[in-house]
Design a protein around this ligand. Structure first.
Ligand code: LMR
Length: 397
Protein backbone atom coordinates (compact mmCIF):
# COMPACT_ATOMS: atom_id res chain seq x y z
CA UNK A 1 0.00 0.00 0.00
CA UNK A 2 2.65 2.52 1.00
CA UNK A 3 4.58 2.18 -2.30
CA UNK A 4 1.72 3.93 -4.05
CA UNK A 5 2.10 7.08 -1.93
CA UNK A 6 3.80 10.12 -3.39
CA UNK A 7 6.01 12.49 -1.38
CA UNK A 8 4.27 15.67 -0.37
CA UNK A 9 6.07 19.03 -0.34
CA UNK A 10 7.04 20.23 3.14
CA UNK A 11 4.94 23.15 4.36
CA UNK A 12 6.94 26.32 3.63
CA UNK A 13 6.38 27.88 7.08
CA UNK A 14 7.37 24.69 8.93
CA UNK A 15 10.40 24.23 6.63
CA UNK A 16 11.64 27.76 7.36
CA UNK A 17 11.14 27.20 11.10
CA UNK A 18 13.38 24.09 10.90
CA UNK A 19 15.98 25.95 8.82
CA UNK A 20 16.18 28.83 11.31
CA UNK A 21 16.36 26.41 14.27
CA UNK A 22 19.28 24.60 12.62
CA UNK A 23 21.31 27.82 12.13
CA UNK A 24 23.96 28.01 14.88
CA UNK A 25 24.84 31.67 14.31
CA UNK A 26 24.21 33.34 17.72
CA UNK A 27 23.18 36.52 15.87
CA UNK A 28 20.60 34.87 13.63
CA UNK A 29 17.32 36.74 13.25
CA UNK A 30 14.34 34.41 12.89
CA UNK A 31 11.38 36.27 11.42
CA UNK A 32 9.66 33.13 10.13
CA UNK A 33 6.80 31.33 11.84
CA UNK A 34 4.04 33.49 13.31
CA UNK A 35 4.74 33.26 17.02
CA UNK A 36 5.17 36.22 19.34
CA UNK A 37 8.61 36.68 20.88
CA UNK A 38 9.89 38.91 23.67
CA UNK A 39 12.99 41.13 23.52
CA UNK A 40 15.13 38.11 24.44
CA UNK A 41 13.63 35.86 21.77
CA UNK A 42 11.43 33.76 24.08
CA UNK A 43 7.78 32.82 23.56
CA UNK A 44 6.71 32.70 27.21
CA UNK A 45 3.51 31.40 28.73
CA UNK A 46 1.37 34.48 29.41
CA UNK A 47 1.06 35.51 33.07
CA UNK A 48 -2.72 34.97 33.23
CA UNK A 49 -2.33 31.56 31.55
CA UNK A 50 0.27 30.56 34.15
CA UNK A 51 -2.04 31.60 36.99
CA UNK A 52 -5.06 29.91 35.45
CA UNK A 53 -3.03 26.71 34.88
CA UNK A 54 -2.15 26.57 38.58
CA UNK A 55 -5.77 27.01 39.58
CA UNK A 56 -7.03 24.45 37.07
CA UNK A 57 -4.43 21.94 38.18
CA UNK A 58 -5.65 22.13 41.77
CA UNK A 59 -9.34 22.30 41.02
CA UNK A 60 -9.75 19.97 38.06
CA UNK A 61 -11.32 16.72 39.21
CA UNK A 62 -11.81 14.72 36.02
CA UNK A 63 -10.38 14.16 32.59
CA UNK A 64 -13.61 12.72 31.27
CA UNK A 65 -14.99 13.74 27.85
CA UNK A 66 -16.54 17.18 27.49
CA UNK A 67 -18.55 17.39 24.25
CA UNK A 68 -18.26 17.43 20.48
CA UNK A 69 -18.67 21.23 20.53
CA UNK A 70 -16.26 21.64 23.43
CA UNK A 71 -16.28 23.61 26.65
CA UNK A 72 -19.51 25.60 27.14
CA UNK A 73 -17.91 28.40 29.23
CA UNK A 74 -15.19 28.80 26.63
CA UNK A 75 -17.76 29.14 23.85
CA UNK A 76 -19.84 31.66 25.80
CA UNK A 77 -16.90 33.88 26.80
CA UNK A 78 -15.26 33.75 23.40
CA UNK A 79 -18.43 34.64 21.52
CA UNK A 80 -18.96 37.59 23.90
CA UNK A 81 -15.32 38.67 23.55
CA UNK A 82 -15.42 38.53 19.77
CA UNK A 83 -18.87 39.99 19.07
CA UNK A 84 -19.58 41.97 22.26
CA UNK A 85 -22.12 40.81 24.86
CA UNK A 86 -24.91 43.07 23.54
CA UNK A 87 -24.45 42.11 19.89
CA UNK A 88 -27.93 41.78 18.34
CA UNK A 89 -27.36 38.35 16.71
CA UNK A 90 -26.14 37.08 20.08
CA UNK A 91 -29.02 38.43 22.13
CA UNK A 92 -31.41 37.02 19.48
CA UNK A 93 -29.79 33.57 19.83
CA UNK A 94 -28.73 33.55 16.16
CA UNK A 95 -25.07 32.62 16.75
CA UNK A 96 -23.93 29.00 16.65
CA UNK A 97 -20.46 28.25 17.99
CA UNK A 98 -18.18 25.31 18.62
CA UNK A 99 -14.78 25.00 20.19
CA UNK A 100 -12.28 23.76 17.60
CA UNK A 101 -8.78 22.35 17.49
CA UNK A 102 -7.01 25.69 16.98
CA UNK A 103 -7.82 28.29 14.36
CA UNK A 104 -7.02 25.66 11.72
CA UNK A 105 -9.62 23.29 13.17
CA UNK A 106 -12.11 26.18 13.15
CA UNK A 107 -11.37 26.89 9.48
CA UNK A 108 -11.79 23.22 8.69
CA UNK A 109 -15.13 23.02 10.49
CA UNK A 110 -16.29 26.18 8.72
CA UNK A 111 -15.29 24.67 5.37
CA UNK A 112 -17.02 21.37 6.23
CA UNK A 113 -20.17 23.29 7.13
CA UNK A 114 -20.14 25.09 3.78
CA UNK A 115 -19.58 21.80 1.92
CA UNK A 116 -22.42 20.17 3.90
CA UNK A 117 -24.86 22.71 2.43
CA UNK A 118 -24.52 20.81 -0.87
CA UNK A 119 -24.66 24.14 -2.73
CA UNK A 120 -21.08 23.84 -4.01
CA UNK A 121 -20.11 27.51 -3.80
CA UNK A 122 -16.70 28.74 -4.96
CA UNK A 123 -14.54 29.82 -2.03
CA UNK A 124 -12.53 32.98 -2.79
CA UNK A 125 -9.29 33.67 -0.94
CA UNK A 126 -7.20 36.84 -1.11
CA UNK A 127 -3.92 36.98 -3.05
CA UNK A 128 -1.80 36.37 -1.12
CA UNK A 129 -3.27 34.54 1.83
CA UNK A 130 -2.07 32.33 4.69
CA UNK A 131 -0.15 29.46 3.06
CA UNK A 132 -2.41 26.85 4.67
CA UNK A 133 -5.79 28.36 3.69
CA UNK A 134 -5.99 26.65 0.31
CA UNK A 135 -4.81 23.19 1.49
CA UNK A 136 -7.07 23.34 4.55
CA UNK A 137 -10.24 24.59 2.89
CA UNK A 138 -9.53 22.88 -0.44
CA UNK A 139 -9.19 19.46 1.15
CA UNK A 140 -12.92 19.55 1.82
CA UNK A 141 -13.34 19.38 -1.95
CA UNK A 142 -14.57 22.86 -2.81
CA UNK A 143 -13.31 24.99 -5.69
CA UNK A 144 -11.00 27.74 -4.50
CA UNK A 145 -10.35 30.91 -6.52
CA UNK A 146 -8.32 33.99 -5.72
CA UNK A 147 -9.22 37.66 -5.66
CA UNK A 148 -6.65 40.49 -5.78
CA UNK A 149 -5.75 41.89 -2.36
CA UNK A 150 -2.18 43.01 -1.67
CA UNK A 151 -0.38 45.16 -4.19
CA UNK A 152 3.33 44.40 -4.11
CA UNK A 153 4.16 47.74 -5.71
CA UNK A 154 2.11 50.12 -3.55
CA UNK A 155 2.53 47.79 -0.52
CA UNK A 156 -1.14 48.38 0.30
CA UNK A 157 -4.54 46.81 -0.34
CA UNK A 158 -5.88 46.84 -3.91
CA UNK A 159 -9.40 47.47 -2.67
CA UNK A 160 -10.96 48.59 -5.94
CA UNK A 161 -9.48 45.63 -7.84
CA UNK A 162 -10.78 43.32 -5.13
CA UNK A 163 -14.33 44.67 -5.49
CA UNK A 164 -14.18 44.65 -9.29
CA UNK A 165 -13.02 41.03 -9.37
CA UNK A 166 -15.69 39.87 -6.91
CA UNK A 167 -18.42 41.87 -8.61
CA UNK A 168 -17.59 40.44 -12.03
CA UNK A 169 -16.63 36.90 -11.16
CA UNK A 170 -18.21 35.75 -7.90
CA UNK A 171 -21.73 34.30 -8.03
CA UNK A 172 -24.45 34.77 -5.40
CA UNK A 173 -23.82 32.24 -2.64
CA UNK A 174 -20.04 32.18 -3.14
CA UNK A 175 -17.95 32.35 0.02
CA UNK A 176 -15.36 35.10 0.49
CA UNK A 177 -12.50 34.42 2.91
CA UNK A 178 -11.50 37.68 4.61
CA UNK A 179 -8.81 38.29 7.22
CA UNK A 180 -10.57 40.10 10.07
CA UNK A 181 -7.35 41.89 11.03
CA UNK A 182 -3.54 41.54 10.84
CA UNK A 183 -3.60 40.10 7.31
CA UNK A 184 -1.32 37.09 7.03
CA UNK A 185 1.10 37.39 5.19
CA UNK A 186 1.06 41.11 4.32
CA UNK A 187 -0.03 42.94 7.50
CA UNK A 188 -2.07 45.21 5.16
CA UNK A 189 -5.60 45.48 6.57
CA UNK A 190 -8.81 46.93 5.26
CA UNK A 191 -9.48 50.37 6.76
CA UNK A 192 -12.76 51.01 8.60
CA UNK A 193 -13.97 52.95 5.55
CA UNK A 194 -13.20 49.94 3.35
CA UNK A 195 -15.08 47.59 5.69
CA UNK A 196 -17.96 50.10 5.58
CA UNK A 197 -18.03 49.77 1.78
CA UNK A 198 -17.37 46.04 1.69
CA UNK A 199 -20.18 44.97 4.02
CA UNK A 200 -23.11 46.32 1.90
CA UNK A 201 -21.28 45.16 -1.24
CA UNK A 202 -21.21 41.62 0.14
CA UNK A 203 -24.88 41.79 1.13
CA UNK A 204 -26.01 43.24 -2.21
CA UNK A 205 -24.03 40.64 -4.17
CA UNK A 206 -25.27 37.82 -1.90
CA UNK A 207 -21.75 36.78 -0.96
CA UNK A 208 -21.09 34.92 2.30
CA UNK A 209 -18.23 36.18 4.48
CA UNK A 210 -15.93 33.58 6.03
CA UNK A 211 -13.73 35.61 8.35
CA UNK A 212 -10.41 34.36 9.69
CA UNK A 213 -9.69 36.02 13.02
CA UNK A 214 -6.38 34.41 13.91
CA UNK A 215 -4.59 37.48 15.32
CA UNK A 216 -7.32 39.55 16.97
CA UNK A 217 -6.07 41.72 19.82
CA UNK A 218 -2.63 42.04 18.27
CA UNK A 219 -3.46 44.64 15.61
CA UNK A 220 -5.10 47.63 17.30
CA UNK A 221 -6.93 45.98 20.22
CA UNK A 222 -9.97 43.70 20.48
CA UNK A 223 -12.58 46.34 19.56
CA UNK A 224 -10.75 47.63 16.49
CA UNK A 225 -9.66 44.19 15.35
CA UNK A 226 -13.24 42.91 15.36
CA UNK A 227 -14.74 46.02 13.72
CA UNK A 228 -15.02 44.43 10.26
CA UNK A 229 -16.36 41.13 11.58
CA UNK A 230 -19.04 42.78 13.74
CA UNK A 231 -20.11 45.09 10.94
CA UNK A 232 -20.26 42.26 8.42
CA UNK A 233 -22.39 40.22 10.84
CA UNK A 234 -24.86 43.10 11.17
CA UNK A 235 -25.05 43.70 7.44
CA UNK A 236 -25.02 40.26 5.83
CA UNK A 237 -27.70 37.68 6.69
CA UNK A 238 -25.16 34.89 7.21
CA UNK A 239 -21.51 34.78 8.26
CA UNK A 240 -18.95 32.18 9.31
CA UNK A 241 -15.87 32.99 11.35
CA UNK A 242 -12.84 31.10 12.62
CA UNK A 243 -10.93 32.48 15.61
CA UNK A 244 -7.72 31.32 17.24
CA UNK A 245 -6.30 31.65 20.77
CA UNK A 246 -2.84 30.62 19.57
CA UNK A 247 -1.51 34.17 19.32
CA UNK A 248 -3.57 36.36 21.66
CA UNK A 249 -3.35 33.83 24.53
CA UNK A 250 0.00 32.39 23.30
CA UNK A 251 -1.56 28.93 23.55
CA UNK A 252 -0.08 27.72 20.26
CA UNK A 253 0.54 24.06 21.04
CA UNK A 254 -2.65 23.65 23.06
CA UNK A 255 -4.74 24.10 19.87
CA UNK A 256 -7.54 26.39 20.99
CA UNK A 257 -9.97 27.85 18.47
CA UNK A 258 -13.60 28.74 17.93
CA UNK A 259 -15.80 28.42 14.87
CA UNK A 260 -19.01 30.45 14.85
CA UNK A 261 -21.79 31.24 12.42
CA UNK A 262 -24.39 33.99 12.35
CA UNK A 263 -27.62 32.56 11.06
CA UNK A 264 -31.09 33.86 10.18
CA UNK A 265 -32.90 32.58 13.28
CA UNK A 266 -32.44 30.86 16.63
CA UNK A 267 -33.75 27.63 15.08
CA UNK A 268 -31.15 27.79 12.34
CA UNK A 269 -28.44 28.50 14.91
CA UNK A 270 -29.42 25.32 16.78
CA UNK A 271 -29.26 23.38 13.52
CA UNK A 272 -25.81 24.78 12.63
CA UNK A 273 -24.54 24.07 16.14
CA UNK A 274 -25.69 20.47 15.73
CA UNK A 275 -23.84 20.34 12.40
CA UNK A 276 -20.65 21.61 14.05
CA UNK A 277 -20.90 18.84 16.64
CA UNK A 278 -21.59 16.14 14.07
CA UNK A 279 -18.80 17.35 11.77
CA UNK A 280 -16.29 17.52 14.59
CA UNK A 281 -17.31 14.04 15.76
CA UNK A 282 -16.66 12.70 12.29
CA UNK A 283 -13.26 14.41 12.01
CA UNK A 284 -11.61 14.19 15.42
CA UNK A 285 -14.49 13.43 17.77
CA UNK A 286 -13.87 16.40 20.08
CA UNK A 287 -11.44 19.26 20.60
CA UNK A 288 -8.84 19.08 23.41
CA UNK A 289 -10.04 20.74 26.62
CA UNK A 290 -6.90 21.91 28.42
CA UNK A 291 -6.25 25.23 26.62
CA UNK A 292 -9.94 26.06 26.24
CA UNK A 293 -10.49 25.55 29.98
CA UNK A 294 -7.67 28.04 30.66
CA UNK A 295 -9.21 30.63 28.32
CA UNK A 296 -12.63 30.09 29.91
CA UNK A 297 -11.17 30.68 33.37
CA UNK A 298 -9.29 33.80 32.31
CA UNK A 299 -12.21 35.40 30.50
CA UNK A 300 -14.61 34.50 33.30
CA UNK A 301 -12.51 36.00 36.10
CA UNK A 302 -12.17 39.80 36.29
CA UNK A 303 -8.69 39.73 37.86
CA UNK A 304 -7.22 37.18 35.44
CA UNK A 305 -8.87 38.90 32.53
CA UNK A 306 -7.26 42.21 33.35
CA UNK A 307 -3.82 40.53 33.74
CA UNK A 308 -4.32 38.94 30.31
CA UNK A 309 -5.53 42.11 28.67
CA UNK A 310 -2.59 44.11 30.08
CA UNK A 311 -0.07 41.62 28.70
CA UNK A 312 -1.83 41.55 25.34
CA UNK A 313 -1.48 45.35 25.24
CA UNK A 314 2.23 45.01 26.04
CA UNK A 315 2.71 42.52 23.21
CA UNK A 316 0.87 44.68 20.71
CA UNK A 317 2.68 47.84 21.76
CA UNK A 318 6.04 46.13 21.56
CA UNK A 319 5.35 45.09 17.98
CA UNK A 320 4.27 48.63 17.11
CA UNK A 321 7.47 49.99 18.63
CA UNK A 322 9.56 47.47 16.65
CA UNK A 323 7.77 48.55 13.50
CA UNK A 324 8.63 52.19 14.24
CA UNK A 325 12.27 51.33 14.95
CA UNK A 326 12.71 49.23 11.81
CA UNK A 327 10.92 51.79 9.71
CA UNK A 328 13.23 54.52 11.04
CA UNK A 329 16.32 52.44 10.33
CA UNK A 330 15.13 51.71 6.76
CA UNK A 331 14.23 55.30 5.94
CA UNK A 332 16.98 55.91 3.43
CA UNK A 333 16.77 56.98 -0.16
CA UNK A 334 15.03 54.32 -2.23
CA UNK A 335 13.50 52.44 0.72
CA UNK A 336 10.96 55.07 1.88
CA UNK A 337 7.91 53.16 0.61
CA UNK A 338 8.95 50.06 2.52
CA UNK A 339 9.63 52.15 5.66
CA UNK A 340 6.15 53.71 5.40
CA UNK A 341 4.42 50.36 4.81
CA UNK A 342 6.02 48.77 7.86
CA UNK A 343 4.43 51.32 10.20
CA UNK A 344 1.10 51.34 8.34
CA UNK A 345 0.70 47.55 8.59
CA UNK A 346 -0.72 45.64 11.54
CA UNK A 347 -0.01 42.64 13.70
CA UNK A 348 2.94 40.31 13.34
CA UNK A 349 3.54 40.45 9.62
CA UNK A 350 4.77 42.70 6.86
CA UNK A 351 5.68 41.60 3.38
CA UNK A 352 8.98 43.02 2.21
CA UNK A 353 9.23 43.75 -1.52
CA UNK A 354 12.25 41.49 -2.04
CA UNK A 355 13.04 38.94 -4.74
CA UNK A 356 13.67 35.30 -3.92
CA UNK A 357 17.39 35.87 -4.60
CA UNK A 358 17.46 38.74 -2.11
CA UNK A 359 15.61 36.61 0.46
CA UNK A 360 18.06 33.75 0.01
CA UNK A 361 20.95 36.20 0.38
CA UNK A 362 19.40 37.41 3.66
CA UNK A 363 19.55 33.79 4.88
CA UNK A 364 22.98 32.80 3.61
CA UNK A 365 24.88 36.07 4.16
CA UNK A 366 23.09 37.47 7.23
CA UNK A 367 21.25 34.58 8.98
CA UNK A 368 18.01 36.55 8.60
CA UNK A 369 15.02 34.23 8.04
CA UNK A 370 11.91 35.51 6.29
CA UNK A 371 9.47 33.58 4.11
CA UNK A 372 10.12 33.25 0.36
CA UNK A 373 7.07 35.46 -0.17
CA UNK A 374 8.86 38.29 1.69
CA UNK A 375 6.72 37.82 4.83
CA UNK A 376 8.55 38.71 8.03
CA UNK A 377 7.33 38.32 11.58
CA UNK A 378 8.28 41.62 13.21
CA UNK A 379 8.03 40.06 16.71
CA UNK A 380 11.19 38.05 15.93
CA UNK A 381 13.25 41.27 15.95
CA UNK A 382 14.43 43.19 19.01
CA UNK A 383 15.90 46.58 19.90
CA UNK A 384 19.47 45.37 19.61
CA UNK A 385 19.18 43.49 16.33
CA UNK A 386 17.06 46.06 14.44
CA UNK A 387 20.19 47.92 13.15
CA UNK A 388 21.63 44.58 11.92
CA UNK A 389 18.32 43.64 10.33
CA UNK A 390 17.89 47.00 8.59
CA UNK A 391 21.49 46.87 7.40
CA UNK A 392 21.01 43.35 5.99
CA UNK A 393 17.81 44.37 4.17
CA UNK A 394 19.43 47.48 2.69
CA UNK A 395 22.48 45.46 1.65
CA UNK A 396 20.46 42.91 -0.32
CA UNK A 397 18.20 45.54 -1.91
C1 LMR B 1 2.02 31.31 10.58
O1 LMR B 1 1.37 31.78 9.65
O2 LMR B 1 3.25 31.35 10.63
C2 LMR B 1 1.32 30.70 11.76
O3 LMR B 1 -0.06 30.85 11.61
C3 LMR B 1 1.74 29.32 12.04
C4 LMR B 1 1.20 28.32 11.06
O4 LMR B 1 0.62 27.34 11.51
O5 LMR B 1 1.36 28.50 9.86
Amino acid sequence: MFESLIARPTDAIMALMAMANADTNPNKIDLGVGVYKTEDGATPIMRAVKQASGLNLTEEITKSYVSTIGNADFRKHMVELIFGSDYPALTDGRIAAAQATGGSGALRLGAELIASSGLDPVVWVPTPTWANHTPLIGSVGMTIKQYPYYNKTTLGVDFDDMLTCLEQEAKPGDVIVLHGCCHNPSGADLSKEEWDRLAPFMRDNELVPFIDLAYFGLGNGIEDDTYGLRLMGQTCPELIMAASCSKNFALYKERVGLVAAITGSADQAALVQGQFGALQRRLTSMPPDHGAALVARILGDAQLRSVWSEELDEMRNRMKSLRAQLSGALRVQGAEAMADAITAQNGMFSMLPLSIEQIEKLRTDHSVYIMNSGRMNIAGANKSNIPLLADAILKVL
